[in-house]
Design a protein around this ligand. Structure first.
Ligand code: NAD
Length: 424
């Protein structure tokens, strides 16, 4: 365990092993041929680039960058761009595969992709982040575009990053192309409701999961790992629904308060200090212990691989809602399922982001803006439909929600592949 982050790593396995194992389970359930399985396990296109950066002091640093396009059967590839020192090709491959399943599960007309640059954004000035984003964009330019592959924000990137990508791409094309990214600022054609879409969706499925387990939100408790774009909003929406959010963490620390944390004020504290640590009357806790607190709902919304075979036996929540991608290892998943803990899988729980990204892409391509209420209503409708499809599939087959969600998604991708046929 890394004591500063509370993250436990399983040295022998990583997210790509987990993603492939989940695919193998779905393939077994669906009775897919070895050839189609091999196609689904293999990214369609990968690009690894060097990203040289002239730093503010005049020195040059070089970072590794990647873009992986896992599948195009259902449409252009879609997926976030991550800035983190943990980025490597296998992580990006796993995240790209999960994007394919996520898009298929919530029935948006995309395949899956993901990108990353292996750097720590907090160690760079805004000017350096702009230069590194523009250079990375220039390197991957031949393989992105509104009909090819559409990046969006992920860990360590935000709407400003998307604005720089859009501008770099547009300059190269000689005209403005808003549909090349989603999650961009509203004034550049971003969608109302996009910034909060992922966390709104997380809270939405968390409430449906609570209802299915007979848990009243107004007497329920929750712990949220991560206080970024996903975790912060998830905590806020849960608190607004009456849930007592007793613990929150970020990369710098974790805090706990029996009666529930004031999330709006915590947001102000985090904006002012850069961390949740040291907030008000909250007690500091060991970050790893947040995952095993006696709460009703646990929302891991930071990084992958935090719930492992080492801490899964101690998880006390009855519902785990995966705000992050891949927070539960395969081994932990089996333990949680055996213990009767309901895990709402990432490809369902955090799909709100890509749903509203799809809405944004539609709006950008039509140069027309929808009302926020329209966006939120359509988001809720798609999340609810996906939830019921997964619940029904899980019940019919007697499998976990993750197995059901993955099998449903994989079957939709296979259907598109079979209808299109294999070229030549
Ligand atoms: P972010 O960069 O906005 O926030 C990440 C948060 O996690 C920060 O608060 C950071 O301090 C914290 N964190 C990092 N490492 C941690 C650790 N070891 N322990 C505790 N906290 C830690 O990123 P984000 O966009 O909120 O993404 C979080 C997760 O959600 C990622 O897995 C991402 O792929 C996934 N996701 C994001 C979106 C989106 O729309 N942004 C959509 C779907 C899934």
């Amino acid at each position: 365990m890394n004591p500063s982050t509370g993250v436990q790593s399983t040295l022998t396995r990583g997210p790509l092993d987990d993603a492939k194992a989940q695919l193998a389970q779905a393939v077994d359930l669906l009775g897919v041929s070895d050839g189609v399985h091999a196609m689904l396990a293999t990214p369609r296109r990968e690009m690894a680039v060097a990203v040289p950066l002239r730093r503010d002091d005049g020195s040059i640093a070089v970072y590794e960058g990647f873009r992986v396009q896992h599948n195009f059967s259902r449409g252009p590839a879609k997926g976030g761009l991550r800035f983190s020192t943990a980025v490597d090709l296998d992580e990006v491959r796993a995240l790209a595969m999960w994007m394919t399943w996520k898009c298929a599960l919530v029935d948006v007309p995309y395949g899956g992709a993901k990108g990353g640059v292996a750097l720590e954004p907090r160690e760079h000035s805004t000017a350096e982040l702009e230069r590194v984003t523009r250079r990375y964009t220039a390197e991957i330019l031949p393989i992105i575009g509104p009909e090819v592959d559409i990046p969006a924000p992920d860990m360590g990137t935000d709407e400003q990053t998307m604005a720089w990508i859009m501008d770099t791409y547009s300059v190269s094309r000689g005209h403005t192309v808003p549909g090349v990214v989603t999650g961009k600022p509203i004034s550049l054609g971003g969608s109302l409701g996009r910034a909060s879409a992922t966390s709104r969706g997380v809270a939405h499925v968390a409430l449906m999961a609570m209802k299915s387990r007979g848990i009243d939100p107004t007497t329920a408790t929750a712990a949220v790992q991560g206080f970024g774009k996903v975790g912060r909003g998830a905590a806020r929406f849960l608190a607004e629904a009456g849930v007592r959010v007793q613990a929150v963490s970020d990369v710098d620390g974790a805090i706990w308060l029996e009666e529930g944390i004031d999330i709006a004020r915590l947001g102000e504290h985090s904006d002012a200090t850069g961390s949740v640590a040291g907030f008000d009357s909250c007690e500091p806790i060991e970050p790893g212990s947040l995952l095993t607190l006696p709460v009703d709902v646990l929302v891991p919304a930071a990084v992958e691989g935090v719930l492992t075979e080492h801490n899964a036996p101690q998880v006390q929540a009855s519902i785990v809602v995966e705000g992050a991608n891949g927070p539960t290892t395969q081994a932990a998943d089996a333990i949680l399922a055996d213990r009767g803990i309901l895990v709402v899988p990432d490809i369902l729980a955090n799909a709100g982001g890509v749903i509203v990204s799809y809405f944004e892409w539609v709006q950008s391509n039509q140069a027309y803006q929808w009302r926020e209420s329209e966006v939120n209503d359509r988001l809720a409708e798609r999340m609810t439909n996906a939830w019921h499809a997964v619940v029904e599939q899980a019940g019919a087959r007697g499998i976990t929600y993750r197995e059901a969600a993955t099998a449903l998604a994989v079957s939709r991708v296979i259907e598109a592949h079979e209808l299109r046929g294999l070229y030549p």
